[in-house]
Ligand binder design. Structure first.
Ligand code: B12
Ligand code: SF4
Length: 342
């Protein structure tokens, strides 16, 4: 028995060391059970906070039992990877470089191959927001950090500027210790959210969240929220920027995450005037590409309406209006009205 415990401790050390060498800033183990009497996912869905993300209903049970995604699945190796960089652009930091799904998947693949070379074959299934898995709840269970009032996973030393992922395995691994919440009485994220999307600590109403509206939402953006979006064109970082636990954020080690020149150098008008070909060229390999050109223009029209009035912005909006789809045209008209009112 004693030797078994020792062997599994050693295995855990090997896994954590390997993970760190591959630039994961935290590595922990969770067993898969998430079901509890007051399941927060159920309540969240009942309130309609998922907005148009209907996939949650389809995969409800699977999300609670992540081990079932792998025959004889026993443990889940959870990892996080830092994407922070000190650039303020209209694009949220997680999307400034290459798509994190690709970066993480490739790195997790390397991790599995190298671990198999060290300890022999085992079954595995990688996830990076690719299967119905509750990545934050699992990461919290594995002790990578705690779920903060902004609903994101916060790590004690690194903060929340990280993406999450993991590997379901048939290895029987010891669960790593849980980290207690350190949010305390702080409410900065809840108070500073521009659209009051954090309707209570730990509860996010996606229908109001700028990240949802600019990335996931397909149609017209509710008019009463447009002015609050400011000049954000893809995602929102506000509830992380204000979090005191992010004070010590360090620049990412991943070259692939580094900001693309287009987002660093180009202004809103220039990006709004990209042709579809230019949009595809500048967003190749980026998470932004999945937004599509039409929603890209929709978001930029709002950002221009919220920026300071300039002849350049007005003429770009008027020019685009001539050939725009109904969706984009509606947002352009709103933006022109905003600029005329200034
Ligand atoms: C749907 C989704 C969104 C939606 C909804 C966000 C949300 N808070 O749920 C939208 C589009 C708004 C969104 C936005 C963003 N997202 Co997102 N998103 C997801 C996704 C696909 C599922 C999340 C989910 O299951 N939500 C449902 C609710 C019920 O889950 P929950 O937040 O865990 O909810 C509860 C908990 O906080 C819970 N709770 C508190 N304590 C505990 C303890 C336990 C054990 C449990 C079970 C629950 C629990 O109570 C809440 C219910 O009210 C995950 C990837 C994945 N597969 O997990 C990425 C993910 C959460 N997103 C991520 C990121 C980076 C973002 C953005 C920062 C991007 C940006 N800059 O614009 C923003 C942040 C907005 C915010 N404050 O959450 C990262 C987060 C990394 C981290 N450090 O936590 C993830 C993990 C993707 C990844 N693989 O890295 N996202
Ligand atoms: S991402 Fe922005 S809009 Fe969404 S909850 Fe955080 S601060 Fe609010």
């Amino acid at each position: 028995m004693k030797t078994n415990i020792q062997a599994s401790k050693q295995l855990l050390e090997t896994i954590q060391k390997l993970g760190k060498s591959l630039h994961f800033f935290a590595v922990g183990i969770a067993n898969g059970e998430l079901e509890n009497k007051e399941n927060p996912l159920r309540k969240w869905l009942e309130e309609g906070y998922q907005a148009g993300m209907t996939f949650f209903h389809r995969s409800f049970e699977k999300r609670l039992h992540p081990l079932e995604g792998l025959p004889e699945g026993k443990s889940i190796i959870c990892v996080s990877m830092n994407y922070w960089q000190d650039h303020q652009t209209p694009v949220a930091r997680f999307a400034l470089g290459r798509d994190y799904h690709d970066v993480m998947r490739q790195r997790l693949q390397q991790f599995v191959e190298q671990l198999q070379a060290l300890i022999g074959p085992f079954r595995s299934r990688i996830f990076v927001d690719s299967s119905p898995v509750m990545e934050k709840a699992l990461a919290a269970k594995a002790g990578l950090g705690w779920i903060g009032k902004n609903t994101l996973l916060i790590a004690p030393k690194e903060g929340s500027w990280c993406c999450l992922g993991g590997v379901v395995t048939d290895l029987a691994l010891p669960e790593t210790p849980f980290v207690k919440s350190r949010c305390g009485t702080c409410q900065r994220c809840v108070q500073r959210c521009p659209t009051q999307a954090l309707v209570a600590p730990y509860v996010l109403d996606a229908r109001r969240c700028i990240s949802y509206l600019t990335i996931e939402h397909k149609g017209s953006i509710p008019e009463e929220l447009r002015s609050k979006i400011g000049t954000r064109i893809f995602g929102c970082d506000e509830c992380q920027v204000v979090c005191p636990w992010n004070r010590w954020a360090k620049n990412t080690l991943e070259q692939d995450f580094k900001v693309r020149t287009a987002f660093k150098k180009m202004g809103l008008v220039e990006m709004f005037l990209w042709t579809q070909e230019e949009f595809l060229k500048h967003t190749e390999g980026s998470a932004i590409r999945r937004l599509g050109y039409e929603r890209w223009l929709r978001n930029l029209a709002i950002a221009l309406g919220n920026s300071s009035k300039s002849a350049h912005a007005l003429s770009a909006l008027k020019m685009r209006k001539k050939e725009a789809s109904d969706l984009v045209k509606e947002h352009i008209c709103w933006a022109i009205d905003c600029l005329h009112q200034e």
